[in-house]
Design a protein around this ligand. Structure first.
Ligand code: SAM
Length: 239
């Protein structure tokens, strides 16, 4: 997952407006954060594209499972720390004022047990008065099985086409077999496949799991990205 794709990640998602997303998130942080510090942890940070806009006002740490994608994040020279780890089971020996888990990354957790472990870890890493933002993946009712998808990147030196047809693995697991064709100047055309599975959990289940660890929850239905809602979890100041 993401291994060969890591170096092309930012190209494929070049239209995603991370700057605008962070602007909205900063507004929500001002509304909900009660702790006094500015330590921010971005779980499943990818190539650090949200951190790039957070690090002017927060001390940022990014955590991701995938070393290849972290290498891209580190190469950007951002004023941030990037650590390899699994969001289900990490211990950074530090608490944060803000934790984010964006762009449906929580969907990579395929079982309720994995969600429970992750929310426990998040709660443990939040300062009292801290806030967590979870941007969930789609729910089963709105996930269209059989839809063809294509993303294109095109500049003078690099052309990428990514195609897939959305599939279902089990009733509640979306499956993507992404076919990549990459043409780079002075290199033979490359073809590779990148496979992904994401759980189509009802958002109500995520909310319940957040509440079970002690978070007070809010829903920001408008979200920061198309067709995605945003779940907000607050750790009370006195715990
Ligand atoms: C869709 S990308 C999102 C990356 C980034 N948050 C963004 O908005 O561009 C999903 C990321 O989740 C990471 N990931 C998947 N499972 C993970 C896990 N269990 N723990 C930490 N990171 C994980 C992947 O390596 C990948 O970088």
């Amino acid at each position: 997952m993401y291994r060969e794709f890591a170096k092309y990640y930012d190209k494929i998602y070049h239209r995603k407006n991370y700057k605008k997303e962070v602007r909205v998130l900063k507004k929500l942080i001002r509304r909900y954060k009660r702790s006094l510090g500015n330590d921010l942890l971005d779980l499943a940070t990818g190539t650090g594209n949200h951190i790039a806009y957070f690090c002017d006002s927060f001390n940022c740490t990014g955590l991701d499972l995938n070393e290849e994608i972290l290498a891209v994040a580190r190469s950007k020279g951002l004023n941030a720390t990037f650590v390899q780890g699994d969001m289900q089971d990490f211990n950074l020996q530090k608490q944060f004022d803000v934790i984010t888990c964006l762009f449906s990354s929580i969907g990579y957790l395929l079982t309720e047990a994995a969600l429970e472990k992750t929310f426990k870890c998040i709660y443990h890493h939040l300062k009292p008065g801290g806030v967590v933002f979870i941007e969930p993946w789609l729910e089963r009712e709105v996930y269209c099985v059989g839809s063809p998808h294509m993303e294109i990147y095109d500049d003078n030196d690099l052309k990428i086409a990514r195609l897939n047809v959305s599939e279902l693995k089990k009733e509640s697991i979306a499956y993507f077999k992404m076919h990549y064709l990459v043409a780079e100047r002075n290199k033979p055309v490359e073809y590779f496949v990148d496979e992904h599975e994401l759980a189509l959990f009802p958002h109500s289940l995520l909310i319940t799991k957040m509440q079970e660890v002690g978070l007070k929850t809010k829903v920001y239905a408008k979200g920061v990205f198309k067709r995605r809602t945003l779940l907000i979890g607050l750790k009370l100041e006195k715990v």
